[in-house]
Structure formats: structure tokens, C-alpha cells
Design a protein around this ligand. Structure first.
Ligand SMILES: [Zn+2]
Length: 366
């Protein structure tokens, strides 16, 4: 059965201005590209085309999320602020989130692209789908955008799945190197959404993503953070999947699994200090596909988040898409042999301790 793919040229036109990577221009650092720029996304999509894999994907047409649909996750005040600034000459969604004129409409299309991917998977048009959207979404909360995110694409799509398709239990598995704080906050008291985030311990946002953030009231136990030590590679991530993520999914029994998909846990990302290779992302995809096949008719959606290495994001993305489609293109990742040999790529004792601490929380999920 087919794999769907969402892309829209306007995603590439979201303007993050001429910043010094993540900091506003000042007279201490020469301005250049913002870290969150179109290049990694465009190269990912272009490698899909050049490899021939794009020919095997089912194009899914993005549509704009309406303001009412955004309002299922966001306050009307936040929506209005972004809309007003976007109609003027852009602004900053709160901190570190600059955007230009027209980004409101593009962000509507990003949330709507993820919704369209959900639609196609839930209705059985495709078995699984990847939404290569921009701007990203997993840091945005109800009231503010942050960390390059304007609206919470995945959260808006989860609400849409419930409102339009009566889907019940949904699990998110966020493998972006940063904590999925926005997704966490939007479902913190909701026992029907299991939010899981694997991330570099206390990277971004500051003081966010600890083991003690478990959810509240009826949602207590249904938020699961897996903060991993910097330097964690394929060994640690696969162990975290096998010992925490997969057992948690088995207990929760979701009707759909969605991955806020960031490739910034890679070994060469400028904004993270992890060591995951394209093969690591491939193996994590394979494990999630098996879980989805066992638990929810294979329903798996990914929505693009971070990933800032222009030379490596395309290989990680291709590996994930090869796994989702079951088609090998024969394209070699030139980094994989090097990265596999890096020191401490295998699971280390201090990483195992961190994973064991998270694994103890799985028993609270039912
Ligand atoms: Zn990230």
C-alpha cells in the first residue's frame, strides 16, 4: 500500500530573514542565513526526486488550516497576532521566531498539510505519509510561537482527526533533538493523546523536557519524556525505542502514530550534539512501522520539524522515506560508514541509565 507525500512550494517562501543562525543581527556577529531556512527541506525533496523515489509517492495536496481549525490548539489572540504581523511586514512570534510578510498563510498551509496527511492515512488512501511542511510546529504553545514554530502543526492535525474522523487514541513520537514542549503542553491533561519526546537533555527550551513532566489531572502518565545525554547515537536511540517507546505504544494502543520528525539529532547537525545516522533514522522508522502494523493498521504520519545540516538532512529523509515505502533507491549515504565507527556510537552505560529511568514510567500508561 502506498506512501503519501505533502509538499508545497510556498513552504519554501516562509521568510526567516537574514539572521546569524539563531540570533538577531547585532554588531557583534555578521548576519547570514537563519538556521531555519528552506535549503535543508528543498534538498530533502530534491533527493527524493533525483533518487526516483518521488515517482512512487502519492502526492497529497495541502490546504490551509482555517482559523477555527487553528483555534482548536491556539488562542484567538495568538492567531490574530501572527496574522496581523504577517499582513504588515512580519515580526517575531515571541523569541527566536522571526517571520516575514505572508507567513501566516504559509503557516496555515503547513498545519493544513499535516491535516491532509492525516486525512489520507485515516481514510486509507495511503498506508503512511510524510508531510514535508514549513514552518515547523512542535515548540508552538497555545499562546505563543517559539523556536522557529508559529502554529502547532501536529497538534492541530490531532484535533482535526478527532473532530472530522472520530479517531480516539493518538500517540506522538517526537524524535527531533529538541524537546517537543508545545505538543506536550497542548495535550498535558489529555489521556487520549500519549505524547512522547526523545531529545537531548535540556537543550531547548531551557528547563523543559524532564522526566518529571508527566502530564496532569486526567492526563497524568500520558506525557513521556526521554531526555538523553549529549553524544547519544544510534545505539542509545534504538535502545530508547526498544525499552521505552515501543512498550509505551503497546500499552497505550493508539489508533494512529504521528512523528514530529526532526533530523537535528544527526551526528553533523549544527544545533544539536547527538550522533544519529541516516541508518539510525531508518531503524527507528522500521520499528515504528512494525508497531503501527501491530497496533493500528500501519497508520503512521510524519510531519517535518527541525534538521539544519544542508548536507545531511536529505540522506536522513531519504532513509526514512525508503523505509516507509519499502523501496530501496540504491543511493549511498556517504557519511554512514564514518558515523558508524565514531566513538561511543553504541549504547553507553550513562545513556542506559537515562533510558532505564524513562522506562520505569511506562507502567503508568494504560
Ligand atoms: Zn529541533
Amino acid at each position: 500500500m502506498a506512501t503519501g507525500f505533502v509538499f508545497h512550494e510556498l513552504y519554501m517562501w516562509h521568510n526567516t530573514w537574514n539572521w546569524a543562525q539563531v540570533f538577531a543581527p547585532s554588531l557583534t556577529i555578521q548576519p547570514g542565513e537563519h538556521a531555519e531556512n528552506p535549503e535543508t527541506k528543498r534538498r530533502f525533496r530534491n533527493l527524493l526526486e533525483v533518487s526516483g523515489l518521488l515517482d512512487h509517492l502519492v502526492p497529497i495536496k495541502a490546504r490551509p488550516a482555517s482559523e477555527d481549525e487553528l483555534a482548536r490548539a491556539h488562542s484567538r489572540g495568538h492567531i490574530a497576532r501572527i496574522k496581523d504581523m504577517s499582513a504588515d511586514n512580519g515580526g517575531d512570534a515571541s523569541t527566536l521566531t522571526p517571520f516575514g510578510r505572508g507567513s501566516f498563510e504559509i503557516a496555515q498551509l503547513a498545519a493544513g498539510g499535516t491535516m491532509a496527511a492525516f486525512d489520507s492515512v485515516i481514510t486509507g488512501k495511503v498506508r503512511n505519509a510524510y508531510a514535508l511542511v514549513r514552518p515547523p510546529g512542535h515548540h508552538a504553545t497555545a499562546d505563543v510561537g517559539m523556536g522557529f514554530c508559529l502554529f502547532a502543526n501536529v497538534a492541530v492535525a490531532v484535533h482535526h482527526a478527532r473532530a472530522s474522523h472520530r479517531v480516539g487514541r493518538i500517540s506522538t513520537v517526537d524524535w527531533d533533538v529538541h524537546h517537543g514542549n508545545g505538543t506536550q503542553s497542548l495535550f498535558y491533561s489529555d489521556p487520549t493523546t500519549l505524547t512522547i519526546s526523545l531529545h537531548q537533555d535540556n537543550l531547548f527550551p531551557a528547563n523543559s523536557g524532564g522526566l518529571d513532566e508527566r502530564g496532569e489531572s486526567a492526563g497524568k502518565g500520558y506525557n513521556l519524556n526521554i531526555p538523553l545525554p549529549p553524544g547519544s547515537g544510534d545505539g542509545a536511540y534504538i535502545a530508547a525505542f526498544e525499552r521505552v517507546v515501543l512498550p509505551a505504544l503497546s500499552r497505550f494502543k493508539p489508533e494512529l502514530i504521528v512523528v514530529p520528525s526532526g533530523f537535528d539529532a544527526s551526528g553533523v547537525d549544527p544545533l544539536g550534539r547527538m550522533m544519529v545516522s541516516s541508518d539510525g533514522y531508518r531503524r527507528m522508522t522500521s520499528l515504528l512501522m512494525k508497531a503501527a502494523a501491530d497496533l493500528c493498521q500501519g497508520r503512521l504520519v510524519m510531519s517535518h520539524e527541525g534538521g539544519y545540516s544542508a548536507m545531511y538532512v536529505p540522506y536522513c529523509g531519504l532513509a526514512v522515506m525508503e523505509e516507509m515505502t519499502g523501496i530501496r533507491t540504491g543511493i549511498e549515504d556517504p557519511w554512514s560508514a564514518h558515523m558508524a565507527k565514531w566513538g561511543q556510537q553504541a549504547l553507553q552505560p550513562h545513556q542506559e541509565q537515562a533510558i532505564a529511568a524513562a522506562a520505569r514510567l511506562v507502567a503508568d500508561i494504560s
